[in-house]
Design a protein around this ligand. Structure first.
Ligand SMILES: Cc1ncc(COP(=O)(O)O)c(C=O)c1O
Length: 492
């Protein structure tokens, strides 16, 4: 089974599928044309093979969770809450689970009113429900470039017009965002929301700086724009100081003031916050949440009723039982577990950074994330989608899947360092290097804003040549006035 070729017997299966699709063509809704297969699905099939080292997927290392504790909590739920666990639950989620969410949010430095929370079937469902509530075909979403590959098919399915803004080492440049908003306003368009992953961005690995966070919130308030803050990784920080969430920044200003509420310093009325238990506990639970203004929450709730009525009470009760556990030193067990994950993932990140330097020094660039699960690496003269096609023993996410147009990002790849042991990280990077071969050129970093790691600094004597190079290498073209260094100093 594990050795079954992807997609069955290749060409024949593809031809059959094409014939089938033609048969049903007239029946499919127009929105299905925007539904591109997420790169993840193919990736998952490949990673089923035991001989493949997977640096793809957004997998945390669930083998680190103590089996005895898992068994104990499951038995406890089964024995003590049989009827509740097996019953439907409220659409907005069980109060005991919402209490846990409030606790996680507090650990993120963000206080929330439980009445503003909805429990969802993973954070992925929040993205879907927000689109369901806000997006008509052709509506504009502003997102980062690259963006979360799992959001790409969702935005496509709702036929959104997604404007992606290239990030640099400090995340989404707010000056750029402002120009985009002005341009859109000139065309009579106002984005339905701005989608951002401020911490250890998936896939970019970069973090939005504090000044930019403040400016983003100010801009959203000035222009009455909703922001979807997607934050699965905030607690997985391996170095540096935690930064406030956009939600808390807006709430501390008394909410945006656009829709009422939010004047108590707890609720934001412009930021929809997305959280999840997937990375701090387990994606198998399929539990996430949104914190949102009441009016939006109401629509998310209605959307969820149509999607799945409620998230699983079994796993909600599991979370509640887990959050009551204490570690040997008396601290909440979940906090101790997150600390262990941090230590483990920090080491793995460092091993991947070392391996990249060993095999790609001078001919590629990559980000150095302060947390999260991913490194974004960029190579010159390589199409990582083709590379993935040729790859036998290693999987990664090709950069194109992080762009709505499927064109940009072709030289980049997302590498997960968290879900695999150190020796697999080393071997995986070695295998990628072997498929790439020794003859790739050099490239300026798309997100690092730097020369390739291990490469001496190039003198910038010819701005015109640089601009051409930027074009060839698919870097966003920046005028001298808007160079990364200038912009950074302005944004700080
Ligand atoms: C940025 C981002 N948002 C949302 C999700 C969805 O996660 P889940 O549905 O498992 O909560 C992920 C998962 O990798 C993610 O990286």
């Amino acid at each position: 089974m594990a050795d079954r070729p992807i997609g069955g017997s290749g060409g024949r299966r593809a031809r059959e599928t094409a014939r089938e699709l033609a048969r049903y063509e007239a029946l499919f809704a127009a929105r299905t044309r925007g539904m591109k297969s997420s790169a993840m699905r193919e990736m998952m099939a490949l990673t089923e093979r035991p001989e493949v080292i997977s640096l793809a997927g957004g997998l945390p290392d669930t083998s680190t969770f103590a089996p005895e504790l898992y068994a104990k909590l499951m038995s406890q739920v089964a024995a003590e809450s049989t009827a509740r666990a097996l019953q439907y639950g409220p659409t907005e989620g069980m109060a005991v689970t919402v209490d846990c969410i409030v606790e996680v949010m507090a650990a993120e430095g963000t206080s929330v009113d439980p009445a503003n929370v909805i429990v969802t079937t993973g954070g992925q469902q929040v993205i879907d429900l927000v689109c369901k509530a806000l997006i008509d075909p052709g509506d504009v979403i502003v997102a980062e470039a690259p963006t979360y590959p799992g959001a790409v098919p969702t935005f496509g399915a709702y036929q959104a017009d997604v404007v992606q803004i290239e990030m640099d080492a400090d995340g989404m440049p707010i000056d750029e965002l402002e120009s985009v908003l002005d341009r859109l306003a000139g065309e009579g368009k106002r984005p339905k929301f701005i989608y951002t992953i401020p911490n250890f961005q998936n896939p970019g690995g970069v973090t939005m700086s504090l000044p930019r966070r403040r400016r983003l919130v100010d801009l959203a308030r000035e222009r009455e724009l909703l922001v979807l803050e997607d934050n699965p990784y905030g607690l997985l920080r391996y170095e540096g100081e935690p930064l406030p969430t956009l939600y808390s920044l807006d709430a501390s200003l008394g909410g945006g003031g656009a829709v009422g509420a939010g004047d108590d310093g707890v609720a934001s009325d412009l930021v929809i916050y997305l959280g999840t238990f997937s990375k701090i506990l387990s994606p198998g639970l399929r539990l996430g949440w949104a914190v949102a203004p009441h009016a939006v929450l109401e629509k998310l709730n209605l959307g969820k009723q149509g999607a799945d009525l409620c998230s699983s009470p079994i796993t909600q009760l599991f979370v509640s039982a887990y959050f009551a556990e204490r570690a040997a030193d008396g601290r909440p067990a979940w906090i101790e577990y997150v600390e262990r994950l941090r230590d483990l993932y920090r080491r793995r990140r460092d091993v991947m950074l070392e391996s990249l330097a060993e095999h790609f020094g001078g001919r590629a660039s990559w980000t150095r994330p302060e947390g999260g699960l991913f490194i974004w690496a960029t190579l010159d003269g390589v199409d990582t989608t083709d590379l993935m096609g040729r790859s036998k023993g290693v999987a990664f996410v090709p950069g194109r899947s992080a762009y709505m147009d499927g064109d940009r990002g072709s030289g980049s790849m997302r590498l997960n360092f968290a879900g695999v042991p150190e020796e697999d990280i080393r071997e995986g990077i070695r295998r990628i290097s072997a498929i790439v071969g020794p003859n790739t050129g050099m490239l300026m970093g798309t997100l690092t804003g730097s020369e390739p790691a291990g490469q001496p600094s190039r003198e910038r004597t010819d701005p015109e040549k640089d601009a051409k190079l930027a074009e060839v290498l698919e870097l966003p073209r920046r005028s001298e006035q808007d160079s990364p260094s200038r912009r950074r100093s302005r944004d700080r």
